[in-house]
Design a binder for this molecule. Structure first.
Ligand code: NAD
Length: 454
């Protein structure tokens, strides 16, 4: 592990306490990054909810409401493959909470996605929207399949049938999907078009905001594509400024080189941070001299993965986690950093671009080793924040400049970072629990004012 020269009082107030989880009987099974099928992601999120709720004395009924999603939709629908066969797909949409505004959250196309994951990811969206002071709730959804094994035409038909099956269970004032793992702006364009042409036929233009993360020409906003990575970078810069940590010349490792991972690496390269190891679903590469993040991003956009990229030496997953660096940005899936990975990491900071990349045991090891963790609820919230800007532009028929979006995002991220730190210093908890705490305080206020219907 690297030593940081500058120690501040604030640094010392960060306790190495492990996150509390539910009582033994209700605890998730001892989870390691290597047993994804047993990992109880939703239980983990509920455990942090318990911890933050206790800190702020959250009324029991609010705690009970937030413990479960409001709606769980499961749809089955047939899609014609290119060879004429029909295949039945199962799609999910979990709507966790909408007291602050319409349900909001991504669509994930991935072969390991499960109901439990979507529930966890939907709850995280509720905390994220609340933390960022957005007028949104939380949701998540998607389909369990491997998009790499299907043609573009097939993915278009799968997307359209899924959106058609969800019908009026989504909508610009009700539930607003966005991109996540395995989906991108093309998928959002198909989703919007399908919704417009089915549910919104009489008032098409008012339906533009049914999804965010659309291509700019089809109603998207400038800056959404890089927004999540941009938010990650704002958090890293904030952290570095607080600790007098000069980013120039520092080394970065990134797991997952899709939207979040690649944009984070590119933007950090502008600050002099060098990407020395990278991995995705096809494997891991090392380059002690540093990759050209722009070129690698262009290569992945062209080829779909880092596989075959010439300027790096293939390494194993185990070797990747042991690469000597300063910052690790996990930007792939949940449950990637268990105790073994946490013990292997040779970095000063883990900035969670992905949702839930560190499991509780991994987090405990990182904390014990003094490795700082900037948590997902804050770090990757740039995506939903700029999605909100897109939704506002759609409602007002406006197109903001990239500079305007960037300025607003920076202000929003820095403000949320400050509120997280204030809570953490007041309650002596982890940054993660502080994010939950700030989010829950806003939700509590609204529940207290509106009370429970009827
Ligand atoms: P993406 O599909 O663009 O990229 C995902 C990356 O992860 C790819 O490089 C893929 O190869 C890699 N990957 C998949 N399985 C892997 C495995 N088993 N091991 C290693 N790498 C693997 O997805 P994304 O949008 O960049 O999302 C990444 C993470 O960020 C997810 O946790 C997502 O929920 C979170 N996130 C995304 C956004 C957004 O705006 N896209 C916003 C907030 C949070």
């Amino acid at each position: 592990m690297k030593n940081l020269d500058v120690e501040t009082n604030e640094r010392k107030t960060i306790p190495g306490v492990p996150p509390s989880v539910r009582p033994e009987s209700a605890r998730p099974p001892s989870s390691t990054a290597s047993s994804p099928s047993e990992y109880r992601f939703f239980r983990v999120v509920q455990g942090y909810l318990d911890e933050a709720a206790a800190l702020i004395d959250l009324p029991a009924h609010v705690r009970t409401i937030l413990d479960q999603p409001k709606n769980e939709l499961v749809v089955h629908f047939p899609v014609r493959r290119d060879d004429g066969r029909f295949e039945l797909f199962t799609g999910y949409r979990i709507q966790h909470n909408n007291i602050l505004g319409p349900f909001k959250g991504g669509l994930r196309f991935h072969q390991t996605a499960r109901l439990d994951d979507f529930k966890a990811l939907a709850a995280l969206m509720t905390w994220k929207s609340s933390l960022m002071n957005l007028p949104f709730g939380g949701a998540k959804g998607g389909i369990r399949f491997d998009p790499h094994a299907y043609s573009q035409d097939e993915i278009a038909r799968i997307t359209r049938r899924f959106i058609h099956s969800l019908g009026s269970n989504i909508g610009p004032d009700y539930d607003i999907p966005a991109p996540d793992v395995g989906t991108d702006e093309r998928v959002m364009a198909w989703a919007m078009d399908t919704y417009m042409n089915t549910v919104g036929t009489v008032n098409k233009q008012a339906m533009l905001g049914v999804v965010t993360g659309k291509p700019v020409a089809s109603g998207g906003t400038h800056g959404r594509n890089k927004a999540t990575g941009q938010g990650v970078v704002h958090c890293i810069v904030d952290w570095a400024e607080r600790f007098g940590f000069d980013l120039k010349g520092k080394k970065l490792i990134v797991q997952g080189f899709g939207n979040v991972g690649s944009n984070t690496a590119v933007l950090l390269s502008h600050l002099g941070v060098s990407l020395v190891a990278v991995g995705d679903h096809t494997g891991y590469l090392h380059n002690a001299e540093g990759f050209n993040a722009h070129r690698l991003q262009a290569y992945v956009r062209q080829n779909g993965s880092i596989a075959g990229y010439p300027n790096g030496e293939p390494i194993s997953r185990e070797e990747f986690f042991g690469v000597n660096a300063d910052i690790f940005v996990p930007a792939a899936l949940e449950n990637q950093v268990g105790p073994e990975e946490a013990q292997a990491l040779q970095v000063r900071l883990v900035a969670e671009g992905a949702n839930g990349p560190c499991n509780p045991e991994g987090e405990r090891v990182l904390m014990d080793r003094g490795i700082e963790i900037l948590p997902d609820v804050l770090v990757n919230a740039g995506g939903v924040t700029v999605s909100y800007y897109e939704w506002v532009q759609n409602r007002r028929s406006e197109q903001w400049t990239l500079a305007e979006v960037d300025t607003r995002l920076e202000g929003a991220m820095r403000d949320a970072y400050r509120r997280m730190v204030e809570f953490q210093m007041q309650h002596h908890c982890s940054y993660r629990v502080a994010c939950y705490g700030v989010a829950l305080e806003r939700l509590r206020t609204v529940y207290e004012q509106r009370q429970i219907f009827p």
